[in-house]
Design a protein around this ligand. Sequence first.
Ligand SMILES: C[S@@+](CC[C@H](N)C(=O)[O-])C[C@H]1O[C@@H](n2cnc3c(N)ncnc32)[C@H](O)[C@@H]1O
Length: 102
Amino acid sequence: MKKTFPVAEILADEKIYLNEDRISNPPEVFKLICDLMAKSAVSDPASILDVGCAAGEQIYHLQKQFPNATFRGLGVSVSLIDQACERNPKSQFFVGSALDAS
Ligand SMILES: C[S@@+](CC[C@H](N)C(=O)[O-])C[C@H]1O[C@@H](n2cnc3c(N)ncnc32)[C@H](O)[C@@H]1O
């Protein structure tokens, strides 16, 4: 059964991700994820899905590392997904909860 995502959680995420500049100042975890993916069995992935993509910052950085990949992002906040689209015009983004996937 489809459940409504808690509005308070969405607003809390928007407060963080619409105000932090994680493009100019990527957190260490972004570099760690890029390194782990580069060392993984699939070193040249055709497509990458970021489940819970916030405002698309991780996708922005991964695109530099994997220029041949197609990127998609899923998130629950319309405002964050809007920003992700602006930031990553070649990628596809979807508003929705991963918990509703079946
Ligand atoms: C910790 S942030 C990570 C953001 C991004 N992947 C990154 O590395 O910068 C988690 C994000 O997942 C979203 N999220 C939480 N639960 C979700 C769900 N069930 N389906 C889709 N997105 C979800 C949150 O709104 C938030 O934007």
